[in-house]
Design a protein around this ligand. Structure first.
Ligand code: FES
Length: 153
């Protein structure tokens, strides 16, 4: 990763990309989603403050563990005066996201266990395949629209 001299306070998108490891297109995407911001030069080129590096590192670390961009944006927006996240911010937020990650892992484990039954089957039946119809809470009461059938009685 190329070092950027301390005397440079603003980075071009190329410098930010090289230093952060994020593709230029990803940086433009982050900017379009409000995760980072830049000012424009007279020649309409983007310039990022140095602390944008830390914001990009924060975004990429959160993305790596599967945190949705909307959640990341919300976390960044809740920082006082939209400042760059500190080490303490990351510690606090990553702790809060742990429960969400645990739930997602449990959900994936359930899907993996059901997938074992589906391997080589291919039926994708709405009646019996848990993957095809995972939320069929009324399926055990019988076929068809159980709420309509039961309401008519
Ligand atoms: S595909 Fe047949 S049970 Fe899931």
């Amino acid at each position: 990763m190329p070092q950027i001299p301390e005397k440079i306070h603003e980075l071009t998108v190329g410098q930010l990309s090289a230093r952060s490891g994020a593709a230029v297109s990803a940086l433009h995407f982050y900017e379009s989603k409000g995760l980072i911001s830049s000012r424009r030069t007279a020649g309409n080129q983007r310039r990022y403050t140095r602390d944008t590096l830390r914001r990009v590192a924060f975004v990429r670390a959160a993305q790596r563990v599967g945190i949705p961009l909307a959640t990341i944006r919300q976390a960044l927006a809740e920082l006082p005066e939209e400042r760059t996240p500190t080490r303490e911010d990351w510690a606090r937020l990553s702790q809060a996201w742990r429960c969400e990650l645990d739930e997602r892992i449990a959900q994936l484990n359930r899907l993996r266990d059901h997938l074992t039954d589906c391997i080589g089957c291919g039926c994708l039946s709405l009646e019996s395949c848990v993957l095809s119809n995972p939320d069929d809470a009324f399926g055990e009461r019988g076929a068809g629209s159980r709420l309509l059938v039961e309401r008519r009685r």
